[in-house]
Design a protein around this ligand. Sequence first.
Ligand SMILES: Nc1ncnc2c1ncn2[C@@H]1O[C@H](COP(=O)(O)OP(=O)(O)OP(=O)(O)O)[C@@H](O)[C@H]1O
Ligand SMILES: [Mg+2]
Length: 389
Amino acid sequence: MNRNILIIDDEVEILHSLQRQFRRKYNVLTCSDPKEAIIMMKEHDIQVVISDQRMPELSGVELFGILKESHPDTIRLLLTGYTDIEAVIDAINHGSIYRYIQKPWNSIELEAILNEAFEKYDLIHTNRNLMLKLKQHNKELDQKVKERTEELEKINQNLEILNSEKNTFIRTAAHDLRNPIGVAASMANLIALEINSLPQNLQIEYLNIIEERCDYSLNLINNLLDISKIESGQLDIAAESIDYKDLIQKTIEFNRIFAKLKNIEIKTDYYDDPIIAMLDKQRIEQVLTNLVSNAVKYSYPDSQVIVKVSRKGAMLRTTVIDSGIGINEEEHKGLFTPFYKASSRPTGGETSTGLGLAIVKKIVTEHGGSVGFRSKPGTGSEFWFDLPQ
Ligand SMILES: Nc1ncnc2c1ncn2[C@@H]1O[C@H](COP(=O)(O)OP(=O)(O)OP(=O)(O)O)[C@@H](O)[C@H]1O
Ligand SMILES: [Mg+2]
């Protein structure tokens, strides 16, 4: 560490004598004009200043008054005779000087005072650095607390949104279940009450309604269970290498029964033979079934549905194309959201819970893939999903 002393005295003898005494231990700078001392203080890193009190233009106490403002950490020592005692006491009271040394001084005593002055300087300096560091830490801490609070507020807001979405979900599910179960219950009641008088054809009609409402409820419950399983992260994707054409064929066979009722033909269009893909067989079958059943459900009789498999960069794209009723453009943004039903309704009285596409999107996303669609009212729709290969 630097050990610099500035000594100011208009008597050159005194300057020389002090310089001689301390030059081996400290870096001693001297000057005989207090005004010049103010400039030197700016130019050098001075830790201790010793000044004579009696100087023609500026007294030592006056000089220290100025230095106290410009260099508060510097230790100021005054050299003075008995006659100036009042000015010295005043300066001490104002904190302008640290110690005063009486002329003529005792060398050993002065050396001890200087040692003490440097120790004092080091203490002040270290304290100031610590304070600065503390302030900086406090500032950083404040910033961190602010950022963390903002993060938590955001998380909280998202949780509130999630909670409200969940409530809407439960309300809609309960509402959608109450209707069919209510209808089935009252039909069953009617049959039970009038079992002897009700004509058989009406009984069959009511039983058919009960069966159809039960199918709907069962479908809805299965879909709800799937969604909750996916949402709670319980849907483990067990991807395996499979013959994708086989899986599609199997799914189509299953849906052909419903398609036949409307005389809808399901065709395929493959880019290669065979197509080997890494996927969860059961889950992707569910995706395909949802898309193919939608295509059949929202198509007019005597039409065609095509399942096409193509490559899209590194992805395997599966597109289900229909020439059915299509979806209005303003309704596009609602698709893939649970319980969303567009104004396009099933053409053959099939059930519609509004959960199929939401499940499709979740399963495909879990596979690391994405979904998309294109649809025009009156022309038809194309729904696709891309899976990594
Ligand atoms: N291929 C399509 N053509 C026309 N509209 C469609 C088609 N696919 C979906 N939609 C519209 O999007 C809505 C949401 O479809 P989604 O498959 O999620 O539910 P859903 O078919 O109504 O019921 P489910 O849960 O039984 O599948 C449908 O109600 C329908 O209005
Ligand atoms: Mg559907």
